[in-house]
Ligand binder design. Structure first.
Ligand code: M6R
Length: 612
């Protein structure tokens, strides 16, 4: 969580930093701050609340420094308050620091530094960093060009936990040092200027050339060059990567909110993700993968590990892999998987799904599986993200930047890609050709059907207007539709703050039906032709108890039974979640708007959860 930005060049740094912070605000919005070097002195301006509070601060326009760092915070240690806002200074005001991550041994370091005369003014874990750097800087009797770097390196050696850090030193007004461990940070290369950001989209309008820093590497940024070092301070050489996304893909482009824009971008995201993976006549291709019939036959089990929405995409993937490839597949949330000593060995393939590729628990689970000798495959939307650098194989969704905290186009693209992956495996394993060919044909028709589904928004808007004041909403489904119920329920609770539960429809009468009373809303997804009658019976049971019902279906149902039926196009059951989730994304969106909430930045949440 938290977003960091940095700039060194010949332009005024503060507008560039604020521009970057606005784009990173989705990562946290408890406070914002910047530090620049003004006439060889460090200046700090910060306040609690959103970035707009920062640019309203008196004096911010007077900053003329051409080097600076900035931060937008998602509070972990210390409440959202000015004193806990970043940047933080050391006691001598020689160093300013912004940090994303958690310093796990900060209590121990704080005690050590207090014993050495340092005073702390915040409750944050971060404040130990500038003081620790100062401690080592002061101890160093040399005063060469690497003294600042040595102090940072020594401090990092003492830090436990996760961090992406930017540091300024007033004695080195033409240098900025950055480093990272388990938290994201990219370096953008410009003409006689360089940028730092927690993610690529925030600085896409300035550059499309990026250096990717690996864990425990340090970079010294000057105006005309960036030098890289490992933790032994041995120089490392790095090439830039050019990113294909363009800057407008990270703008709202006339839409009221990023979430709405991203919902409407799904036809393109799916087209791009399908890309040239296959055509009806040929086998599915992944340039990045080299599985063979032998290597796949050697896999006895697949685990799909992810968090939140990405885990829901994994559930759809399990259905496809088990049915198409006949390989037992388990899906788990990363935060549970990593602590349950999973039965993973060299015959296991572990697939990790993460839009950002930076989710702390997913990365930790991946590292665990590698240690246990499993083959690891990452599915991410971000080229060069941490999971893609850790995994043996990486494949990418092509959803473009997803800015809204609530995931929409990333989810449908993840579902698409994992189903295509299942086809790829099934073709290598020489499974049922007819089934695979029909599915491939249905996939090619999917983008047009998404466009059709998006046209159904008006009825959903009307229903949302009748529902937005409710306290509890239930989501039901069976089979593949139950995975969509889970995702619909998560979407609703995260952006509308309405309590919601999702249940397998058949499980209702084992407890939760006790909660159904007059006028409660129950949303049901019914797309699997084999399960229609069973699900309809379950819905009948809630109608009898007074529930209002919204049905998302591609089946011919008696619409008079329900309060609203949204008829989506028919498609192959393996990919039906890509269509059936769309009305539910819109339902959550409209409810949140009716309630006057900030759809893109729901309370207490951040887009990328880079802490445990
Ligand atoms: O970046 P990731 O895909 O790893 O993120 C995982 C979850 O944090 C994310 O999907 C979260 O559940 C979304 N906010 C849901 O809309």
């Amino acid at each position: 969580m938290c977003g960091i930005v940095g700039y060194i060049g010949n332009q005024k740094a503060s507008p560039i930093l604020i521009n970057g912070l606005i784009r990173l605000e989705y990562r946290g919005y408890d406070s914002a701050g910047i530090s620049t070097i003004e006439k060889n002195e460090l200046s700090i301006m910060k306040d609690k609340g959103r970035v707009k509070n920062l640019y309203q601060l008196e004096g911010i326009d007077d900053l003329t420094g051409t080097i600076g760092i900035a931060h937008t915070r998602w509070a972990t240690h210390g409440k959202p308050a000015k004193e806990n806002s970043h940047p933080h200074l050391d006691n001598s005001k020689t160093f300013s620091v912004v940090h994303n991550g958690i310093i796990e041994n900060y209590n121990e370091l704080r005690k050590f530094l207090t014993e050495h005369g340092y005073t702390f003014y915040s409750q944050t874990d971060t404040e130990v960093i500038p003081n620790l750097v100062h401690y080592y800087y002061n101890k160093d009797e040399n005063s060469d060009s690497l003294k600042f770097l040595r102090a940072v390196k020594n401090a990092c050696t003492d830090l436990k936990g996760s961090y992406a850090i930017e540091i300024l030193c007033k004695d080195y007004p033409d240098n900025m040092i950055v480093t990272r461990k388990d938290s994201p940070l990219v370096i953008g290369k410009g003409e006689n200027e360089n940028y730092i950001s927690s993610d690529i989209p925030a600085i896409l309008s300035f550059t499309r050339n990026f250096y990717l820093l690996d864990d425990l590497e340090l970079a010294v940024l000057e105006r005309t060059q960036v030098s890289f070092y490992n933790l032994d301070l041995k120089p490392i050489s790095k090439d830039t990567k050019t990113i294909e996304w363009n800057a407008t893909s990270a703008e709202k482009d006339g839409y009221e909110d990023f979430m709405l824009k991203e919902i409407y971008e799904q036809p393109t995201a799916i087209r791009e993700t399908i890309g040239a993976k296959f055509n009806e006549a040929s086998k599915c291709e992944f340039d990045e993968l080299n599985f063979t019939k032998d290597s796949l036959s050697n896999i006895s089990k697949i685990y799909i590990v992810a968090c939140g929405t990405a885990m829901h995409a994994g559930l759809v993937g399990k259905n496809a892999i088990e049915k198409l490839c006949k390989i037992t597949t388990e899906v788990d949330v990363a935060s549970e998987f990593r602590y349950r000593n999973p039965l993973v060995d060299s015959h296991t393939l572990c697939i990790f799904i993460s839009q950002s590729g930076e989710t702390a628990d997913t990365i930790a689970a991946l590292k665990l599986c590698k240690e246990k000798g499993a083959k690891t495959l990452a599915i991410s939307n971000v080229i060069g993200s941490s999971i893609t650098r850790e995994a043996d194989y990486s494949i990418y969704t092509h959803a473009g930047p997803e800015i809204a905290v609530a995931s929409t186009k990333a989810y449908t693209s993840q579902v698409m890609l994992i189903v295509i992956l299942a086809i790829y495996f099934a073709e290598i394993l020489e499974m049922d050709t007819d089934l695979l060919n029909t599915l491939k044909k249905d996939i090619m028709e999917l983008p047009a059907k998404i466009e059709e589904t998006l046209k159904l928004s008006e009825n959903i808007l009307d229903f949302s207007k009748k529902t937005y004041q409710e306290k509890d909403i239930f989501f039901l489904g069976r089979g593949i539709d139950e995975t969509v119920a889970k995702e619909g329920s998560l979407k609703l609770k995260e952006i509308s703050y309405i309590h919601s539960e999702s249940y397998p429809a058949g499980e209702l009468k084992h407890g939760p039906i006790a909660l159904i009373e007059n006028d409660i809303t129950v949303v049901s997804i019914i797309t699997d032709p084999n399960l229609v009658e069973k699900t309809v019976s379950n819905i009948q049971e809630v109608i009898t108890r007074g529930a209002k019902t919204l049905i998302i279906t591609n089946q011919n149902l008696d619409e008079n039974m329900f309060d609203l039926t949204i008829r989506i196009p028919e498609t192959n059951p393996f990919i039906s979640p890509i269509l059936s989730i769309i009305p539910l994304q819109l339902f959550s969106y409209y409810i949140s708007k009716e309630k006057g909430l900030d759809v893109d930045k729901p309370r207490n949440l951040a887009k990328s959860v880079t802490v445990e």
